[in-house]
Design a protein around this ligand. Structure first.
Ligand code: ADP
Ligand code: MG
Length: 363
């Protein structure tokens, strides 16, 4: 009798053990399964990759969220908040009020993003200016109908460019801009989108994801095996040898470069899409690309554009005063500079001359 009980117990334990083992294995497999979602949005390709049980459904929600954000933030989508601001609906007090009363104000997303961009404008002393739209349009960067504008026309248009004139009412979440002011969130919208998607994935229990939003990379957690994500930094000269590899966990890695969108003028010169708000011409600061690494996508995105405008010396000075991000700069002569905080996580590619930027200037 005793023996039988013993034998039954052994069988039971083995069965239970193997059931637990199989369940754990299958859970682990689920946790390792990669789900992908490709979409075309915000004028570029998005590839979203997430792991784990809730990932598949969460990615569907992400795709919908991207659509919603584009419909609010795009400068070209008819009826978007930005379009309505640019059409003058929020450029005089009475009309703006009427719109809000009619419950046709702007979405919270739009308000928050304009607010963040305005703050970054202040921090960067106007190197980032989301009121540049009339100037960008004159160059044809919004339509692809490129031309080098007349200097006088540029000067005229620049009179309307001034982010400090954007008035935000916190309580009512409303915006008011001077007549003729037009906004373009192109420098920050993808970073904001990355932050929203990361948040959404977290809420759905996803702990490992990599979002590629047209070259803007945002990662959630580490890779499913616990090791950091390895992100390649592209060669801004168009060659095949990448600048290097960055190892990151829970970070945004965002690059702005003159190589991303440009045209060749009748004079044979290159003109690119990042403009210096102080003169309305493509920022000719000696940099060809700026990669910013940090926690906040919207900040990294805004900074990548602003630091490109500032050029190496001003960018380094700015970084020393704002230690919450790291950066990699590539100059026209092909040199790579990376900040001290990336010492252990940035591995420079073969053939590039790299130099570390120390935290203190040493003088
Ligand atoms: P990308 O869109 O290629 O990822 P950026 O994040 O650097 O690159 O954003 C560039 C876009 O931002 C331009 O296409 C333009 O719409 C807008 N822009 C250009 N210069 C500025 C600037 N100085 N301040 C604010 N926005 C700018
Ligand atoms: Mg940017």
């Amino acid at each position: 009798m005793r023996r039988r009980i013993f034998a039954i117990s052994v069988v039971a334990v083995v069965l239970l053990g193997s059931t637990i083992f199989l369940t754990v294995m299958s859970e682990q497999r689920k946790a390792q399964t990669a789900y992908m979602k490709d979409l075309f949005a915000m004028d570029t390709f998005f590839t979203l990759q997430a792991y784990g049980p809730g990932a598949e459904g969460a990615l569907e929600l992400c795709a919908r969220r991207v659509q919603e954000l584009e419909n609010r933030l795009s400068v070209t989508v008819e009826g978007s908040d930005i379009r309505r601001i640019n059409q003058g609906l929020f450029s005089d007090e009475e009309m703006a009020d009427a719109k809000i009363d009619a419950d046709a104000g702007i979405a919270e997303d739009t308000f928050l993003l304009i607010k963040a961009a305005r703050e970054l404008g202040e921090e960067t002393e106007g190197a980032l200016d989301i009121t540049l739209y009339p100037v960008l349009r004159e160059w044809g960067f919004t339509t692809g109908d490129y031309k080098v504008p007349d200097e006088e026309v540029l000067w005229e248009l620049l009179q309307k460019v001034d982010y400090t004139k954007i008035q935000l009412d916190e309580e009512r979440q409303s915006v008011l801009v001077p007549a003729g002011t037009e906004l373009d969130l192109g420098a920050v919208a993808k970073g904001y989108t990355g932050d929203c998607l990361t948040e959404l994935l977290k809420e759905r229990g996803v702990t490992s994801a990599m979002l590629d939003l047209g070259g803007n990379i945002q990662v959630l957690g580490a890779k499913p095996d616990g090791t950091p994500w390895r992100i390649a930094v592209k060669d801004p000269f168009g060659g095949s040898k990448m600048i290097g590899v960055l190892e990151v966990v829970d970070k945004a890695v965002i690059t702005s470069g003159s190589y991303e969108r440009y045209f060749v003028g009748e004079d044979g010169k290159d003109y690119w899409h990042i403009l210096d708000p102080s003169d309305g011409y493509p920022a000719d600061s000696g940099l060809v690309s700026v990669t910013v690494v940090g926690e906040s996508g919207v900040k990294c995105d805004g900074l990548s554009t602003a630091l490109f405008v500032m050029g190496k010396d001003r960018a380094v000075e700015f970084w020393r005063q704002h230690p919450e991000f790291e950066m990699i700069l590539v100059t026209e002569d092909g040199k790579v500079y990376f900040t001290q905080g990336l010492e252990d996580s940035f591995e420079c590619g073969k053939g590039w001359l790299a130099e570390e930027i120390p935290e203190s200037s040493g003088d």
